[in-house]
Design a protein around this ligand. Sequence first.
Ligand code: HEM
Length: 194
Amino acid sequence: MQMERDKMAFKVPQMKPPQINVSDEPRSVLMDVPVQASCSTLRAGGYRNKVKLAPGHSALDWQEMVSTKGKAGKLITGIDSIREDPKVLEHFKEVNSPQSLIQLERGVPTYAIRPPLCIDAHELARHNTAEDCWTVINGKVYSISSYLSFHPGGAKILIDKSSGQDSTVLFNRYHRWISVEKMLETCLVGVYVG
Ligand code: HEM
């Protein structure tokens, strides 16, 4: 009788393990981007897609870069290409205020121009290479070529999925807690006007 009771006491209830469903995302958003099953923005339990960064490319190294080259306005690519092409320059002048253009002419780094430069979809799309890579996150245009080799998720995903495009949805999907405004403060080109 006692033995029967002991058996009952150690009977483990049969429960199914929790189901983690990563396939309920809209197809258009995930496309062929690797699914971050363990990324806290997505789901719990799984794997990470962080890459091994080259020596000298830690988050601290990036901060150092921001406070030196960044402050000097040296992390922004592609501005010269606007001045070089008369057609592009003409269009750029149409969408920007004379105040902003004067500051640009005087060599004020774009992140410090007030009011900020206005960048439209046409201009954004021209900066779509690793050497001159612009992207939009939360309505702001950032020049991220210098950041590519510091990105813990790898350069490739940024070049493939965000260069010359608005990457707000993907950015927020992977890591909406990251303060991009702070991290890329000196990479700011201007505001996105679509
Ligand atoms: C350009 C602005 C971006 C910044 C400043 C940034 C920054 C970061 C940082 C700091 C991490 C490490 C997160 C951690 O330690 O948990 C990370 C990871 C990652 N990022 Fe980004 N990111 C940016 C854009 C993007 C975009 C647009 C995508 C997708 C297209 C992306 C995909 C990833 C992935 C896949 C990881 C690895 C996540 C993991 O394995 O947990 N990132 N990023």
